[in-house]
Design a protein around this ligand. Structure first.
Ligand SMILES: *Cc1c(COP(=O)(O)O)cnc(C)c1O
Length: 401
């Protein structure tokens, strides 16, 4: 029996005629240079690629703030980089303390369980940062070799602002610290070496403002020694750091590298270097705080109290009587702005990662957001919200553009 040709709709007819402004929890808008690089295919081996990989590593060292040479890329989502950290540093019976603030941090625990680790989870209270004293008592009772945590928990918009203190505490007990910085890297400070972190994970499509599907990971020298002296092979062939070393450090073949995505991430990193981390952090902070101020001035409530609040993704309580899904759909259909719902919480989320933190996007997004709520019967003070956004941005607005 022959399988008949499928009936198709052309891509032009599937995609919206006017591109949506991507203001959700990722993927985020990409700069023109990144998009252009992403359209190029070159040989995945050879001198040209070697030069590009060398620069990707150099720029990554700056962005991760590490002198470690063990930077690697991975063809896959942020989760593949998470899995690379876990499966290389953790194996059967490794004692792991997983600090869980929510959805993504618990994914790290799940990955550790799947390689047979002995995992204890410290479940942090909702809307709070991980508590240093609690971590200390978990370390003393469980004696973990490895600790996993997120810097920013994108799902419920909590930030472990005391990451530095946590990592320094862990290092006093010789624990290896794995940090998921998928949504935060390059949007807020993270100093891998100075804070004594052993593995930092990031994805392409969030803080870095590159495309989804190519991710980066940095291992400390100490972590890399652990990988080289592990008792058995990493069970995941594609994610095996010792095999990835062939491509990322010896210009030879592991698997065919995602060349276009690597070119894209090269450009995303180059833009970060050009902007400098200092200016980039300042831009993100100014934009996010101004947007938060605008949202509150609409008459809405932010989900997380200021002391634990993530700035890279803003969580907003949905006004009574309006469904999260209906709001996300309406703002997308009517105003061509994408925002995100959340997993199991009655909040919507607006991202402030990379290209999302631009003044003109903020005005369009806040206006669309206020209008969408009003359209659905909610009560918002749109003029005051817009004015407060403007006030928040007024200082050094030029840097935010
Ligand atoms: C998005 C995200 C991930 C997962 O990234 P994917 O590319 O979806 O696999 C992991 N951790 C955090 C903190 C994230 O924000």
């Amino acid at each position: 029996m022959q399988i008949p040709l499928p009936e198709l709709t052309s891509l032009d007819n599937i995609l919206p005629t006017e591109p949506l402004l991507m203001m959700g929890a990722g993927p985020v808008p990409i700069p023109e240079r990144v998009a252009k690089a992403n359209s190029i295919v070159i040989n995945h081996l050879g001198d040209t690629m070697a030069k590009i990989i060398e620069q990707v590593k150099q720029m990554s060292r700056y962005v991760f703030q590490t002198q470690s040479k063990w930077i690697m890329g991975v063809a896959g989502p942020g989760s593949a980089a998470m899995e690379m950290a876990i499966t290389n540093l953790i194996w059967q019976n490794t004692k792991v303390l997983s600090i869980s603030n929510g959805f993504f941090s618990s994914r790290l625990a799940e990955m550790a369980r799947r390689v047979g680790a002995d995992v204890v989870v410290y479940q942090v209270e909702q809307q709070q940062t991980a508590d240093l004293e609690s971590i200390k008592s978990y370390i003393e009772t469980h004696k973990p070799e490895v600790i996993t945590l997120v810097q920013g928990e994108t799902s419920n918009t909590v930030c472990n602002k005391n990451l530095r203190e946590i990592a320094e505490l862990a290092s006093q007990y010789q624990c290896y610290v794995i940090v998921d910085a998928v949504c935060t890297l390059s949007t807020m400070p993270l100093q891998m070496d100075e804070w004594k972190i052993d593995a930092v994970i990031t994805g392409g499509q969030k803080g870095l403002s590159s495309i989804p599907g190519v991710s980066l990971i940095a291992f400390s020298e100490r972590a890399y020694q652990r990988i080289h002296s592990r008792p058995n092979d990493c069970p995941q062939w594609c994610l095996d750091a010792r095999l990835a070393e062939k491509f990322w450090h010896q210009s030879s073949y592991h698997y065919t590298a995602p060349v276009s995505g690597i070119l894209a991430i090269h450009e995303a990193l180059a833009l970060i270097c050009k902007e400098t981390l200092e200016n980039r952090f300042a831009r993100h902070l100014r934009c996010s705080l101004a947007l938060q101020r605008g949202i509150e001035a609409l008459g809405l409530k932010l989900f997380v109290p200021a002391q634990a609040r993530l700035n890279s993704v803003i969580g907003i309580q949905v006004p009574n009587g309006i469904a999260q899904n209906a709001l996300c759909q309406h703002i997308s259909n009517r105003y061509r702005v994408e925002i995100a719902g959340s997993f199991g919480l009655d909040i919507v989320r607006i991202g402030q990662m990379g290209e999302q933190s631009r003044a003109h996007h903020l005005f369009r997004t806040l206006h669309a957001f206020g209008c969408a709520i009003r359209d659905l019967g909610g009560n918002v003070d749109l003029p005051t919200g817009m004015a407060e956004l403007e006030r928040g941005l007024q200082n050094n607005l030029s840097d935010a553009e």
